[in-house]
Design a protein around this ligand. Sequence first.
Ligand SMILES: Cc1cc2nc3c(=O)[nH]c(=O)nc-3n(C[C@H](O)[C@H](O)[C@H](O)COP(=O)(O)OP(=O)(O)OC[C@H]3O[C@@H](n4cnc5c(N)ncnc54)[C@H](O)[C@@H]3O)c2cc1C
Length: 387
Amino acid sequence: MTPSPALRPATAAELVDLVMQAAAQGTPLECHAGGSKRNVGNPARRAQPVDLGAFAGIVDYEPSELVLTVRPATPLAEVEALLAANGQMLAFEPWDAGALFSGTTGKATIGGTVGAGIAGPRRLTAGGARDHLLGFHAVSGRGEAFKAGGKVVKNVTGYDLAKLMAGSWGQLAIMTELSLKVLPAPRSTATVVIEGLSPEQAVRTMSAAVGSQVSPVAAAYLPAQGGRPSQTCLRLEGFAESVALRRDQLAAMVATEGLATACHDDAPATLWQDIREAAPLRESETLWRAHLSPSRGAALAEALDRAGADWLLDWAGGLAWIGAPAGADIRALVAAEGGHAMLMRGPDHVRSSTPIRHPEAPALAGLSQRVRRAFDPAGILDPERWG
Ligand SMILES: Cc1cc2nc3c(=O)[nH]c(=O)nc-3n(C[C@H](O)[C@H](O)[C@H](O)COP(=O)(O)OP(=O)(O)OC[C@H]3O[C@@H](n4cnc5c(N)ncnc54)[C@H](O)[C@@H]3O)c2cc1C
């Protein structure tokens, strides 16, 4: 089936008209900006594409206020470059998911990043996209333009709709403007890599470090591969003196535990990029992302080894990226450890026959459906995304 050419609303008023008409006619819409994550989900969607490319550009940025207001189709790279030039950053460590999901980079936008709830290793301590979205303007599936939240960190009026919008994958409303909390970039960073730990030792070590004065901002585990031993990676950030002190504390902690002799801090610059983009699993036939309690991360890793799947752990064991051949029942292994798994990438025949998202418990599914109906009663916002 040839997809219809994309509609390109130029203003919020045009977007309102377009959505109202679609709602009246029951025409499903799929909104995108860069489109780098369109391959996540059911491949056979029949929605009318809506290109939000006109909603781009920085609206307001006051570095001293630590707030950035931006339109959703602004490239993520442009946002990050602007912040970096002012010594600031998006603390949830968003990343360009294009390489993983569609094979192309450079298309990721800030709207798509927040809409998909994309966050990197620092999410462990800094929170996710939802924790940094202060407010937004949007058009609901009813065709109503509305705004929620504000441009200040201390804002307690009304429902906290930002928490719903971040990670809603364009199924609740179409954002036309976002206000994000930004933070000063760290003055200094160091990564300590401890080699040769088992998954169980690694999860225990990451958990102990996170709960100590060492305060790593990120903690991940790469299993042994080829001739390389396993790597437990802990990232420290802050003022140089503080980072140096905490690096010594971490080395002492590792030595006391008698865990490993190799503990060094000359990690390659690409290490964290590879972890957040699951680069070691890029060639796998299917790619899954599992959330679970960090304390169950090691047990899941062992089950995945037994099943012949490849994996890496982030968020101190609370996030597993899993690469496996099509047909491997990864979801069952994750569920057995109390987690839930989302199929992020795979061939069309797998994505059209496997539920993309972990089945929700009935009460939660009912709640999700009621929330969606409230924003989009006609069910026109990308209704087939998850199959
Ligand atoms: C109490 C509770 C119960 C949950 N139950 C389930 C469940 O039954 N099944 C499940 O798959 N996930 C469930 N989740 C997970 C949740 O939906 C997110 O995937 C998870 O919390 C990480 O979200 P994030 O946006 O912070 O992470 P991110 O990594 O930033 O984003 C992951 C993205 O995956 C998408 N996603 C995946 N699954 C779901 C889902 N079921 N509903 C909405 N969005 C989803 C979201 O768009 C989310 O943005 C539950 C979370 C909580 C707190």
